[in-house]
Design a protein around this ligand. Structure first.
Ligand SMILES: [Zn+2]
Length: 248
């Protein structure tokens, strides 16, 4: 009888934490924008040196973009220059979001490893900008149900894309411009565009050109959250001051 009671109490106490993973909710995956006539230009893999050029081109056109930041990919997000870039993007009204810490393929990781990749960059955005992002983009666009469950637990949605400028595939700037020409010519209701802020020709040639074409076609250049009619952040608080715990 005591044994039975013990089992009952143990189940009551620990039943919820040992629930099978498949019982968890799956995070929403957005592959396109929903608000008509919007384009969300997104920039992955930074913070990096070309962020300022991209931001200036967007702001000059009255637009906003979305930066999916890594914690430690091209550089450490806690380097002073990168803290400045992330803060700058946020202060200019662009959306800041998670692209995970190390840019690993999340589908090859365990539950704990996925969370580790997710929370470390969220912590960086909390510290630097004072926000908890509502959106994440899995590296390479790769995800499975475990990744969606982990994102859901963290209150996040996944955002991928329906247009790829090709800049991470090694295509030339001219080829990327041609891709924008083609998509603008097709005049879809919305565009969710993948770009990389780590590619110089993207910042200096392709984006200024794309902005001009998209603008001329009458699209509004907005953030991912705006193009979905959603909030960009789960909460907004105060940024913190850098201390010795901020390291990669
Ligand atoms: Zn990436």
């Amino acid at each position: 009888m005591f044994a039975a009671l013990f089992v009952a109490v143990a189940l009551a106490l620990f039943g919820c934490v040992s629930a099978a993973p498949q019982k968890r909710a799956l995070a929403q995956v957005y592959t396109k924008c929903t608000v008509p006539n919007t384009v969300a230009l997104t920039f992955d893999d930074g913070p990096y040196v070309w962020l300022y050029d991209i931001s200036k081109a967007l702001i000059a056109a009255g637009g906003k973009g979305t930066f999916f930041f890594n914690g430690n990919n091209y550089g450490c997000i806690y380097d002073d220059a990168n803290i400045k870039r992330v803060k700058y993007a946020y202060d200019k009204g662009h959306q800041v979001a998670s692209h995970t810490w190390n840019h690993k393929d999340l589908t090859k990781l365990s539950w704990d490893q996925i969370h580790d990749e997710m929370w470390r960059v969220e912590q960086a955005l909390q510290r630097i900008c004072g926000v908890q992002p509502a959106f994440m983009r899995p590296p390479f666009g790769n995800y499975n149900n475990l990744v969606r469950e982990a994102a859901s637990v963290r209150g996040q949605s996944l955002a991928t894309w329906d247009f790829d400028s090709g800049d991470s595939l090694g295509v030339s700037a001219q080829a990327s411009k041609n891709r924008y020409n083609t998509v603008v010519g097709q005049r879809p209701r919305t565009i969710l565009a993948l770009n990389h802020e780590t590619v110089a020709s993207t910042a200096q040639q392709v984006i200024p050109y794309a902005i001009q074409r998209l603008h001329a076609a009458g699209y509004r250049l907005v953030t991912v959250a705006e193009c979905l009619g959603r909030q960009p952040y789960q909460w907004v608080g105060k940024p913190k001051t850098k201390d010795s715990s901020w390291k990669c």
